[in-house]
Design a protein around this ligand. Structure first.
Ligand SMILES: Cc1cc2nc3c(=O)[nH]c(=O)nc-3n(C[C@H](O)[C@H](O)[C@H](O)COP(=O)(O)OP(=O)(O)OC[C@H]3O[C@@H](n4cnc5c(N)ncnc54)[C@H](O)[C@@H]3O)c2cc1C
Length: 462
């Protein structure tokens, strides 16, 4: 284990405003942990950055001490990239500034902001952008990988709404990335992940949303899964862009709105949000609410903020998680058969098979383009394998691999990938010439691959 010398640490501590946490500090175990309990890593140092100056010093320190560098926004990395053994973690969670400009419909937010913070500040002005399904997720990693949420079909990816960013690069410089300055960097930040530097703040466009939306979920018995999947595909084919839904093959949790007799039994849920005119919501969501006999239907008008936090209790911190995804061209007979097979073998009650409906605004790239590639795909399969602790986790991971191998396009979403993907897998997430273009941006801003704890775009001379 790497132990940093007292003199080295003393020198750093004089230069930074934020807290330095080492293995000897109180609170080390809390500081090293992330949301996914599957990763038990022991960094040599966690630097809780109070501002941009701390980020610059942290990057310089990691380079001068030759330490692996992990960058943490909301700490929801499934592969555990935001913690590391024997390296330094730049924890940006104290950086929570948010400034909404309601006149110009813009927001500038620092890298430690979570979706629940962002949603609260923007909704104060009746505004929003595509955010996470779980409100404890950070805006930072989420945006940099793409960002799929309840508004994705109406407003595009979160990354599509990113208009500017402040970035500390590997040489400790603070750069602006926008349409005029370093536009190649802005292009890469829209989906290329944390490969190019530490983003200290994000500027986004905002849109009129809510405060009430027609949303919620409908729950069906699992034995109708085949009929529901086929009906869901048909319903999605004519869904307006204001409607975004997710099909979930899962096990009924013990929640009060589901009758006790189904708790623990296979169910199929369709969750969704209609963000168009509230009066139209009942009618527009109807096609996904009549796919089979209904156990419970909790679609209704509700505050946008309520929907953004509706399923938070089902995703507690600390359990073991492994996600695996594949974009789907459609849901043909082979895919239906494979979904049903995986559903029949689902390893734990916490495990879920999600099919997100994409398309709509997401199929249209933003002005200036983006590194996010799979815009023509109508659906994405994301399997969420979970166990309460280490017991049974390896089997759940093996199941998740079986459930996705050979299904769909073979191109994954980097934010729904539960392990460090190999070079070929990363390349397949950025098909066509996108990967080569990402490498050229990497060569320009991080030629020594200082930022490598991510779905890594290796520089050409690594
Ligand atoms: C419970 C849960 C729900 C989720 N729901 C969704 C969803 O609805 N839609 C969706 O698209 N994805 C979703 N995801 C996936 C999510 O987008 C990724 O896990 C994302 O990386 C989380 O961002 P974070 O800032 O919380 O993570 P962190 O662990 O803090 O960061 C992840 C990685 O992003 C990079 N990074 C983070 N901050 C910075 C920065 N400031 N500068 C440069 N690089 C940085 C680093 O490589 C870091 O390792 C979910 C994940 C979880 C765990």
């Amino acid at each position: 284990m790497t132990a940093l010398g007292e003199a080295t640490l003393a020198e750093l501590s004089q230069g930074v405003r934020g807290e330095l946490i080492t293995p000897d500090s109180d609170g080390y175990d809390e500081a090293r942990s992330i949301w996914n309990g599957a990763h038990d890593r022991r960094p040599a140092l966690v630097l809780r950055c109070a501002g941009v100056a701390d980020v610059i010093k942290g990057v310089q320190f990691a380079r001068s001490e030759n330490l692996p560098l992990a960058v943490r926004g909301g700490g929801h990395s499934i592969p555990g990239f935001s913690t590391t053994d024997d390296g330094i973690v730049l924890d940006l969670s104290p950086m929570k500034g948010i400034r909404v400009d309601p006149i110009n419909k813009r927001v500038v937010a620092q890298a430690g902001v979570l979706w629940r913070d962002m949603d609260a500040e923007t909704q104060a002005f009746g505004l929003a952008l595509t955010g996470g399904l779980i409100s404890s997720t950070g805006i930072a990693g989420f945006t940099l990988g793409g960002g799929i949420g309840w508004l994705v079909r109406r407003l595009g990816l979160t990354a599509d709404n990113l208009v500017a960013a402040d970035v500390v690069t590997a040489d400790g410089q603070l750069l602006r990335a926008d349409a005029d300055e370093n536009p190649d960097l802005l292009w890469a930040l829209r989906g290329g992940g944390g490969n190019f530097g530490v983003v200290t703040s994000f500027e986004y466009t905002l849109h009129d949303v809510g405060p009430m939306v027609f949303s919620g979920g409908v729950f069906y018995p699992g034995e109708y899964a085949e009929q529901i999947i086929n009906g869901y595909r048909e319903a999605c084919a004519s869904a307006p862009d204001e409607l975004t839904t997710v099909l979930n093959l899962t096990t009924a949790p013990p929640v009060p709105f589901l009758p006790e007799e189904v708790h623990g039994k296979p169910i199929v849920a369709v969750l969704g949000m209609w963000s168009g005119a509230l009066a139209d919501g009942d009618k527009q969501t109807q096609p996904v609410r009549e796919l089979a006999p209904v156990i419970a239907d909790v679609f209704s008008p509700m505050p946008y903020l309520g929907m953004q936090q509706l399923i938070d209790p089902l995703y507690p911190r600390g359990v073991h998680n492994y996600f695996r995804s594949n974009f789907l061209d459609g849901i043909g007979a082979d895919t239906v058969a494979s979904l049903l097979r995986s559903y029949a073998e689902i390893p734990t009650p916490m495990t879920e098979i999600h099919v997100h409906h994409l398309g709509g605004a997401m199929s249209r790239p933003p002005a200036g383009g983006s590194a996010f590639h799979n815009r023509d795909k109508e659906f994405i399969l994301n399997v969420v394998a979970r166990t309460p602790g280490a017991e049974g986790f390896d089997q759940a991971v093996a199941w998740a691999r079986r459930a996705t191998d050979g299904v769909g396009t073979g191109s994954a979403y980097v934010n729904f990938t539960g392990e460090a993907a190999g070079p070929d897998q990363v390349r397949s997430s950025y098909p066509g010439d996108t990967y080569d273009r990402l490498v050229s941006v990497k060569d320009r801003y991080d030629p020594a691959n200082v930022f490598r704890l991510n779905q890594n775009i290796a520089p050409s001379k690594a």
